[in-house]
Design a protein around this ligand. Structure first.
Ligand code: NAD
Length: 473
């Protein structure tokens, strides 16, 4: 905060634990409304000049931040893995490079974001200014900590806002390191403050503060609903990226080897702890037995191991409490008559390790098919026709991302158009072009991130109409 690290005003700390071994990583300052007030005061001062810097000057700083992350990539990757238990290979190849890429992308966006002008011939010219909102709150989850936080901070800064950022209490370290990188990159003090602490304390304080004009939130659907209800009376802008229960629809005419390989990735990357992971796998009847058998065989080789080993593909879950929640769903599936094809109980030994778990034989109303588990658990269900696949896929309160696996182009377009999700991937997963809109429908959220969507969210349009017609007209 204000370009330096400081303890919380209340002098309190919380523990940051490595879920792979239960060991303490760090004591982290536990901030509350008093710390926020300091950050807001500094942000108000900083905003006066930051909001008036040129896009080029802001871009230069954002490029320098990206460079700083990339230079310290190994340090960042290690911190992400110690905090979350995710494989170091994943932190190295996904989390940290994508965080740097976010800053690079929005550095370029800052210089390209243009005003619009509309002429009323012979009468007037309208032009629309896009002005920064002011102080904005960015609240992020633990599953892709720096990656998702940078996805908010970078466009907010690019658009000329000051930011109060709150990382998850389960993954606080990389956001703290980002503060250091920002200082080195020349970001003026007060433009970004990272406030560590608990959701109901500092998170809610950010949402409630009258000087925080917009909230960009990624996290659970229930938290999102709470934030929306608190922000609404003050008419704050909110962008809410929430949970998912994503369908993966496999047709018999798919490119089978590729589909099999990709299902393993889309269902179990980061131990299923990605909002975009497919957790309901629908397979055309004629392919069902073969795919189920091959998937079980493949998953036998995908077992959790030491996250610090570069060869590890599956690490620990975020916490013991989360493991218990995940396992609770598997137990419910057993009671509901589900057949556990593989996995289904925690790994022996210390650490929050849970194997890939596939369940078949559950109806669409079972908890495992309706609720977000956010762990390495997926259900398999056969379908007979395209219409049935669509009905099953859309039978969800969530609507984030769907994947389709087919070589039939017409079918792919038909299904993509009819699926009730914000994102559809055809024969791929997690392929991201940062210019495209990102977000969900239904209980998966409101608003979109990415590209101009993010730049629009973090700016207020102001229309100026200049009458140039004759005086007596
Ligand atoms: P969470 O909702 O518990 O917490 C997210 C963040 O909100 C944390 O920083 C937390 O401290 C804070 N928070 C908690 N209560 C708050 C409150 N009352 N007011 C303000 N802030 C509060 O979510 P999580 O467990 O950290 O993350 C997992 C969830 O995030 C899953 O549901 C997942 O699907 C979702 N997610 C969504 C996306 C997306 O883009 N749609 C991406 C990643 C994760």
């Amino acid at each position: 905060m204000g370009g330096s690290y400081r303890p919380a005003v209340g002098g309190r700390y919380f523990e940051d634990i490595n879920p792979a071994n239960g060991k303490l990583v760090a004591h982290i300052a536990r901030s509350d409304a008093a710390d926020l007030q300091l950050a807001v005061d500094q942000a108000q001062d900083a905003f006066r000049s930051w909001s008036r810097t040129t896009p080029e000057a802001r871009a230069e700083i954002l490029y320098a931040i990206a460079g700083g992350i990339a230079r310290r990539g190994e340090e960042f990757a290690l911190a992400e893995t110690l905090d979350t238990g995710k494989p170091i290979a994943f932190s190295r190849s996904v989390d940290i490079p994508r965080a740097a890429a976010n800053f690079r992308f929005f550095a370029a966006a800052a210089t390209q974001f243009a005003s619009e002008a509309h002429e009323m011939p012979g009468r007037a010219i309208n032009y629309t200014l896009r002005q920064p909102v002011g102080i904005v709150g960015c609240i992020a989850p633990w599953n892709l900590p720096l990656y998702l936080m940078s996805w908010k901070i970078a466009p907010a800064l690019a658009a000329g806002n000051c930011v109060v950022a709150k990382p998850s209490e389960w993954s606080p370290v990389t956001a703290a390191m980002l503060g250091e990188v920002c200082n080195e990159a020349g970001l003026p003090p007060g433009v970004l403050s990272v406030l560590q602490g608990l959701g109901p304390e500092i998170g809610e304080a950010i949402v409630d503060h009258p000087e925080v004009k917009a909230i960009s939130f990624t996290g659970g659907t229930l938290t999102g609903a709470r934030i929306a209800s608190r922000a609404a009376p003050a008419f704050k802008k909110t962008s809410l990226e929430l949970g998912g229960k994503n369908p993966c629809i496999v047709f018999a005419d798919c490119d089978y080897p590729r589909t099999l390989r990709e299902i393993e990735r889309l269902a179990f990357s980061n131990s299923g702890q990605i909002c975009l992971c497919g957790s309901r796998i629908f397979v055309e009847q004629s392919l069902y037995e073969r795919l189920a058998a091959d998937l079980v065989e493949a998953l036998a080789k995908l077992q959790p191991a030491d996250p610090l080993d570069p060869a590890t593909r599956l690490g620990a879950l975020i916490s013991e409490a989360h493991l218990q929640k995940v396992h609770g769903y598997v137990e419910r599936a057993r009671l509901e008559g589900g057949n556990i094809l593989c996995g289904g109980s925690r790994m022996p030994g210390a650490g929050a390790f849970y194997p890939p778990t596939l369940i078949e034989g559950l109806g669409p109303e079972s908890a495992c098919n309706l609720e977000e588990i956010f762990g390495p658990v997926a259900t398999l269900q056969p379908f007979a026709t395209e219409e049935e696949a669509l009905e099953l896929a859309n039978h969800s309160t969530y609507g984030l991302a769907a994947t389709l696996w087919t070589e039939n182009l017409s079918r792919a377009h038909r299904m993509a158009s009819a699926l009730q999700t914000g994102i559809v991937w055809v024969n791929t997963w997690l392929l991201r072009d940062l210019r495209t809109p990102f977000g969900g429908v239904k209980h998966s959220g409101t608003g979109r991130e990415g590209g101009w969507e993010a730049m629009r969210f973090f700016t207020e349009p102001k229309n100026v109409c200049i009458n140039f017609g004759p005086r007596n007209a």
